[in-house]
Design a protein around this ligand. Structure first.
Ligand SMILES: Nc1ncnc2c1ncn2[C@@H]1O[C@H](COP(=O)(O)OP(=O)(O)OP(=O)(O)O)[C@@H](O)[C@H]1O
Ligand SMILES: [Mg+2]
Length: 112
């Protein structure tokens, strides 16, 4: 299993969620965060205005999938979240050692 951590622009959340659902992603965690990348937040446009502080609002997605599906998830996020302007986000992929569905005790692939 792989954990895909992705930051995206907030207005892209619905489009990304729909695209991920369409390729078979069945669950994800969504968090409103603030962050900065290589511009340190200073030059990024958010809702039409240049953001004047160090941190820019983003949505963080955390998605655990079978390892064989990770590349497709990453491609789907890139294809739907990309505007080509600065601040489109970052994607990190990590190994996951264990998953458990609390209701049933099922583990790993059965728990996803
Ligand atoms: N090295 C990093 N480690 C952890 N999170 C990061 C890192 N770089 C960026 N982020 C997160 O990703 C978000 C989006 O960053 P952003 O898209 O601006 O990256 P960037 O590298 O500056 O790319 P761009 O040139 O497109 O702006 C940040 O708000 C932050 O939450
Ligand atoms: Mg940036």
């Amino acid at each position: 299993m792989k954990l895909i951590i992705a930051t995206i622009k907030p207005f892209k959340l619905e489009e990304v969620r729909e695209a991920l659902t369409a390729i078979g992603v069945r669950g994800m965690m969504v968090t409103e965060i603030k962050g900065f990348g290589s511009q340190s937040g200073h030059t990024e446009i958010y809702r039409g205005a240049e953001y004047a502080v160090n941190f820019v609002p983003k949505i963080k997605l955390e998605i655990v999938v079978a390892a064989g599906m990770a590349d497709q998830v990453v491609e789907t996020i890139v294809n739907t979240a990309q505007t080509g302007k600065i601040g489109d986000g970052k994607i990190f992929v990590l190994d996951v050692l264990q998953a458990v569905r609390v209701r049933t005790g099922e583990t790993d692939a059965d728990a996803l």
